[in-house]
Design a protein around this ligand. Structure first.
Ligand SMILES: Nc1ncnc2c1ncn2[C@@H]1O[C@H](COP(=O)(O)OP(=O)(O)OP(=O)(O)O)[C@@H](O)[C@H]1O
Length: 122
């Protein structure tokens, strides 16, 4: 049985994480766009009655893109904090971080095409 203080700390951590997710949704334009796209894709999934496995792939793709976008935002914020001046190393770090989001977005787009293209052209 875990200590009550351990459980309290875990609940507090979830609260901090929820606060972070809310900050992302409230302040980050790219997350807001992705959130709207995620809702539209979920409506499409419901409308097209996609299978359980397709829902899993779709939700994983949404989580992957939005999660990585959140990490990218944190890396940008940390970079600007440790080095407010222009610095090619910071630019390199930010480019790599943005590249990770792009890879996830391209893969998510391909997942979407695999799920919906056959339905559009049938
Ligand atoms: N301090 C810096 N030094 C050098 N290059 C930078 C610096 N800050 C940004 N860059 C370059 O500009 C690009 C965009 O950086 P920025 O922090 O504006 O990200 P962004 O994707 O436009 O984020 P957002 O739209 O969320 O603000 C980086 O990928 C990098 O190439």
């Amino acid at each position: 049985m875990p200590e009550p203080s351990y459980i309290r700390n875990r609940i507090r951590s979830i609260g901090f994480a929820a606060k972070g997710a809310w900050i992302l949704l409230r302040t980050e334009g790219s997350i807001q766009v992705q959130f709207v796209v995620a809702i539209l894709v979920c409506i499409a999934g419901w409308y097209c009655e996609i299978s359980r496995m397709e829902w899993i792939c779709q939700l994983l793709a949404i989580g992957m893109v939005m999660g990585l976008e959140g990490i990218n935002t944190a890396i940008e914020a940390l970079s600007d904090y440790v080095q407010p001046e222009r610095d090619s190393r910071i630019g390199h770090i930010k480019d790599i971080s943005a590249g990770a989001v792009l890879i996830a977005a391209v893969v998510a787009g391909i997942v979407g095409l695999i799920i919906y293209l056959p339905r559009i052209f049938s």
